[in-house]
Design a protein around this ligand. Structure first.
Ligand code: NAD
Length: 585
């Protein structure tokens, strides 16, 4: 294939991530002239070569100079940096995506540190709230209760014959912002942009889906311009039937796809994950991705402190989807480290909005029951059953080495709590995870101040470095983006029919091993976002090996898996790369 030949002259052989299938699927020849420029998947703008301009009727439709993609990236970054605020930057990037998809991904990939916070958190929270006003061009698929009998048709309407990764949300718990109705679509769109930038999944092999089951957001229901399904949310049997019809449709139309459940409210999140995880390759990033990224932060911190994993005690402020996910994975790691069942129950302690979760307390939802502090441990720790038992009291009795905030309550990690922790452990590890930034349970500068600079801190949202005793401390971001692209890619490449807990464990250990000594020296517990492709590749490989070793993925040796992972990673460039030797499941 010559460098000047555009992607639509490839054969129709769909690669591991769906490359090369578009022209054949359309059943028509490649577009020419203005049609070609108007197709964001094929458009190269000023990068069309002289030969292409002749061949595809582009003469006169473009200015004289042929520009390289790298120059185009510089020009686009200049435009984006001139925008007045982050929302405007998001809108500018969305316009670029609508015009020239390849260039959009190249810009994003080359500037991940700067642009990930624009295409995803924290800016995406604002985008979800203003979705109807921000979005210009349709992206993704909308499924409402009116469609329950025709979901396979809707999936086919996308024009994407080989979707390998779906991110679907029912919009009920968008970041820490609650029910955003149709605006929640900003989240799967943002996540998929990061899948492509982070793991090189080709955009045509991905699909963002809004399971628009209505909304209970009164403001949206009262808004005459609301674009979503303007009725109260489906509940109970009707909701379950809606989700079941969706899963059946996915299995029918895209039997080899990986499904990521995204931003479902706690009880639905855990129940749907557990119900469907063995029926199709699926996972919930809020539950499992968060757990893996937090576990990675803890394992990285142990590289700094030199302590064994088996000696850690974890207090989780927040027992929602992410809190329970973190508890599940951390408990599995402790079991692997040799702790008995009883020691594990004692080492992981959760609080929710009613305080400490302990056996015999009122208001305990079913999905939290496995994580209550057993009566014996409650007594051994010296607690008295006077509700609510607050964070400082829990820290006083449990003496955790790790404190994680996943409550979406700003300020919930208090000065008293951190001071108490710092008075009992040499290097407290504190992770205020809640997003967006305004919801963080504590700021890094406060945690450093309250711990006399001894704490190790990582956050869910990006924070600027903090000067502590004259030294700059970099605040690593416990961003799920370090996990989910590699999980998705590894599952696809291995053709695994399930996404297992073990895969998240190996993702966590792999990520922890990739934090460079230089980053560790600054106090950062995670790599920089510019390292995302390296991280995702390593995790994908570890996941594919795990799938093989667990007997649920393709049987291939390490070298073949490595070659398959590399072949499946798309680099946004105008000529397309060749497909993988292990493409077909
Ligand atoms: P959720 O709604 O499922 O759970 C929230 C939990 O917090 C519930 O258990 C609730 O009872 C508890 N809670 C509420 N008020 C509390 C209080 N005052 N004290 C203690 N607990 C309290 O939400 P979730 O999906 O678990 O997400 C929680 C937050 O974590 C969100 O802001 C989300 O953006 C963030 N999060 C961050 C990351 C990340 O950065 N890697 C990943 C996932 C979630």
């Amino acid at each position: 294939m010559s460098d000047s030949v555009p992607m639509w002259t490839e054969s129709g052989d769909a690669g591991a991530t769906g490359r090369g299938s578009r022209a054949v699927f359309r059943g028509v020849g490649p577009p020419r002239g203005t049609d070609l420029l108007a197709d964001p998947t094929l458009n190269k703008d000023t990068a069309f070569t002289e030969a292409e301009r002749d061949e595809f009727g582009l003469r006169g439709l473009l200015p004289w100079r042929v520009v390289s993609i790298d120059e185009q990236v510089d020009i686009e970054m200049e435009r984006i940096r001139r925008k007045a605020d982050d929302l405007e930057k998001y809108i500018g990037l969305a316009a670029l995506h609508d015009r020239n998809e390849t260039l959009f991904y190249r810009v994003l990939l080359n500037n991940l540190d700067e642009l990930a916070p624009i295409v995803y958190t924290p800016t995406v929270g604002q985008v979800c709230r203003l979705f109807g006003k921000v979005m210009r061009r349709q992206q993704g698929l909308w499924i409402t209760p009116d469609d329950v009998d025709r979901i396979p048709d809707l999936l086919r309407n996308t024009g994407r014959p080989d979707v390998r990764l779906i991110v679907a949300t029912d919009n009920e718990r968008i970041l820490g912002l609650g029910d955003q109705g149709a605006g929640g679509m900003g989240i799967p769109i943002g996540k998929l942009a990061l899948y492509t930038a982070g793991a090189g999944l080709h955009p045509t092999s991905t699909l963002a889906i809004s399971l628009d089951a209505g909304t209970d957001n009164e403001g949206l229901l009262a808004d005459p311009h609301y674009l979503g399904y303007p009725k109260p949310r489906l509940r109970d049997g009707a909701y379950e039937a809606f989700i079941e019809a969706f899963v059946e449709a996915v299995l029918e139309v895209y039997p080899h796809t990986v499904l990521q459940w995204e931003d479902f409210k706690q009880h639905n999140a855990i129940r749907l994950l557990d119900r469907y995880r063995h029926r199709l390759a699926s996972f919930n990033d809020d539950v499992q991705g968060t757990a893996a990224v937090v576990a990675a932060g803890i394992l990285t911190a142990l590289r700094v402190t030199g302590q064994p994993l088996s000696a850690q005690r974890l207090v989780l402020l927040g027992a929602g989807a992410s809190g329970i996910g973190i508890a599940r994975l951390f408990e599995a790691l402790l079991r692997d480290a040799g702790l008995s069942a009883r020691e594990v129950r004692r080492a992981v302690v959760l609080l929710d909005s009613h305080g400490l979760l302990y056996e015999g307390r009122d208001h305990i939802a079913d999905d939290k029951r496995l994580h209550v502090l057993p009566r014996q441990e409650f007594e051994d720790y010296g607690f008295q059953p006077i509700d609510p038992i607050d964070l400082s009291t829990v820290i006083h009795h449990v003496v955790p080495t790790v404190l994680v905030g996943a409550s979406a309550v700003p300020g919930a990690i208090t000065e008293a709590a951190v001071r108490e922790m710092a008075s009992r452990v040499a290097t407290p590890l504190v992770l205020p995870l809640s997003n967006p930034t305004s919801l963080a349970e504590a700021t890094p500068s406060d945690v450093f101040a309250w711990s006399n600079g001894r704490a190790l801190v990582a956050t869910g949202s990006p924070f600027e470095p903090v000067k502590v005793d004259g030294h700059e401390r970099v605040v690593g971001q416990a961003n799920n983006v370090f996990i989910f692209p590699g999980i998705g890619l590894g599952t696809i490449v291995s053709c695994a029919h399930e996404v297992t807990d073990r895969m998240f464990q190996v993702a966590a250990t792999t990520l922890a091993g990739l934090v460079s000594p230089d980053r560790l020296a600054t106090g950062a517990l995670y790599p920089g976002l510019s390292e995302l492709r390296t991280v995702s590749r390593a995790i994908a490989l570890a996941v594919a090996r795990t799938a093989r070793d667990e007997g649920i993925g393709r049987m291939a040796d390490d070298e073949q898996l490595e070659a398959a992972v590399d072949a499946a990673i798309w680099t946004p460039d105008y000529p397309q790369a060749s497909s993988s030797e292990l493409d077909e499941c």
